[in-house]
Ligand binder design. Structure first.
Ligand SMILES: NC(=O)c1ccc[n+]([C@@H]2O[C@H](COP(=O)([O-])OP(=O)(O)OC[C@H]3O[C@@H](n4cnc5c(N)ncnc54)[C@H](O)[C@@H]3O)[C@@H](O)[C@H]2O)c1
Length: 284
């Protein structure tokens, strides 16, 4: 029988829970998933934002609910799963999107690594690592009972070759990658009869409203020194945008990705595979 490519990539009718859905990246991804037929549960500590995003998606003809909850609290996540089942009957996929860095967890501009505030590093570690482990524990029970499920985690370029000054974020995202690989195997150990797929994306450098001023000077055209060094190491010669994460997420969520397990999809314009040494820079 020939492969029906359109059907393979379909996410129509799939129920997906997205943590960090009030944020820049997963807000955009949630809208795109809903516009393509998924029923989206928007999970975030910012309740107002996810409720208004759910209204916006519904007004556009999509299906979504906003749920205020914390990825660091088991009771809160269990409540979120119950609300999803009540609304949509089941859950097919969990996207662990909540994460990020804190200013206090960076090497201070006027100090060195020895001045690092490890309490702040702990908080960053908790959000990115525990905030991925705990929701997947809770949703995995449901996936095991249902006999199937998909988990997609969010790592970063900083997990692979750590960026200077941000040890907590880099170390925590490296732990997320390691956890993705570990869980991809452990789900088969623990739930041999269920088809639970676990993978992750590692976004590269995106030009979003949040970090635009880190990449461009105030004229919006000239790159900052940081922006220049990123572009110099990006073979595709540009920053990405959140919509470019949608295709890879759909691949991991849909039947098209049915034999993918434990992988990291780097969505980075080639940043990860270029050493930065060679003639590329001279040609630009
Ligand atoms: N922006 C980038 O260029 C980039 C690159 C690589 C990876 N990432 C990762 O992608 C993900 C999304 O990034 P973003 O730029 O959209 O960040 P963002 O700050 O816009 O969104 C993060 C969201 O997580 C939510 N959140 C924080 N604590 C929470 C908690 N305890 N429970 C539930 N929700 C909580 C926040 O309210 C926010 O809405 C993060 O995991 C981030 O580390 C981002």
């Amino acid at each position: 029988m020939s492969v029906k490519i359109k059907e393979m990539f379909s996410i129509s009718g799939k129920v997906v829970a997205v943590t960090g859905a009030a944020g820049i990246i997963y807000g955009a991804i949630s809208k795109a998933l809903a516009a393509n037929g998924a029923k989206v549960a928007l999970l975030d500590i910012m309740g107002d934002k996810v409720h208004s995003l759910a209204e916006e998606i519904t007004a556009d003809g999509g299906e979504a609910i906003g749920i205020e909850c914390s990825v660091l609290d088991a009771g809160s996540m269990t409540g979120a799963l119950e609300a999803i089942i009540k609304e949509f009957g089941a859950c097919d996929a969990l996207i662990n999107g909540a994460g990020g860095n804190r200013k206090g967890a960076c090497v201070p501009p006027d100090g060195t690594f020895t001045d690092l505030d490890v309490e702040e590093v702990d908080k960053v570690f908790a959000l990115n690592y525990k905030g991925t482990v705990l929701p997947s524990q809770i949703f995995c029970k449901h996936f095991a009972e249902a006999g199937k499920g998909v988990i997609i985690n969010t790592s970063s370029m900083s997990a692979r070759a750590p960026l200077t000054n941000v040890p907590g974020y880099s170390n925590a995202k490296a732990a997320v990658t390691n956890y993705t690989q570990w869980l991809a195997v452990q789900v088969k150990v623990d739930f041999p009869d269920a088809d639970i797929r676990v993978n992750e994306i590692a976004p590269g450098f995106l030009d979003t409203t949040q970090n635009h001023s880190l990449l461009f000077e105030s004229d919006d055209k000239t790159l900052t020194p940081r922006g220049k060094s990123i572009i110099a190491k990006t073979p595709l010669d540009r920053f990405g945008n959140p919509d470019e994460l949608v295709g890879p997420i759909v691949l991991l969520m849909s039947e098209a990705g049915s034999f993918l397990q434990g992988i990291t999809l780097c969505i980075d314009g080639g940043f990860d595979v270029y050493s930065g040494v060679g003639p590329l820079d001279e040609k630009r």
